[in-house]
Design a protein around this ligand. Structure first.
Ligand SMILES: [Zn+2]
Length: 136
């Protein structure tokens, strides 16, 4: 049996919920751009998006475009799914670590530390969520 190791659809519920305060994130994601909430007080980005910075408690935060680039922090292949898919933690170059899916690549050749880039996949409710593909 030839089991596919590629994933073409988003498999898990998005972790950034569709609240009014995350509307800018989803609007940008629909256009293929990753936004991160960034704190104007401590200058650090955080994930998931929050109104109050979890790193310094300032409410002076704003949405900023992220590079969409990062490295594979950890991952697991969910073998019980058909086809299997990769659930991955990605450490963005801006600092935050996102739980996402590894897509459009050979997930069995994935290695911790590999460079990855954001690609967007439509969720069952019609939004677009960031997934990641290997670029090395
Ligand atoms: Zn802060």
């Amino acid at each position: 049996m030839n089991r596919q190791s590629k994933l073409s659809t988003y498999r898990d519920d998005p972790y950034a919920q569709a609240y009014p305060e995350t509307a800018p994130f989803w609007a940008a994601a629909e256009k293929g751009q990753l936004l991160l909430k960034t704190c104007n007080q401590c200058k650090r980005a955080h994930w998931y998006p929050r109104i109050v910075c979890p790193l310094c408690a300032s409410d002076d935060t704003e949405w900023k475009p992220a590079s969409g680039q990062g490295s594979l922090y950890a991952f697991t292949i969910v073998e019980r799914a058909d086809p299997p898919y990769a659930l991955a933690y990605v450490e963005l170059d801006e600092g935050p670590i996102l739980l996402s899916n590894l897509v459009d690549c050979d997930i069995r050749a994935a290695k911790i530390g590999q460079r990855v880039s954001a690609v967007f996949r439509q969720t069952p409710d019609g939004r677009y969520a960031p997934c990641f593909t290997r670029i090395t």
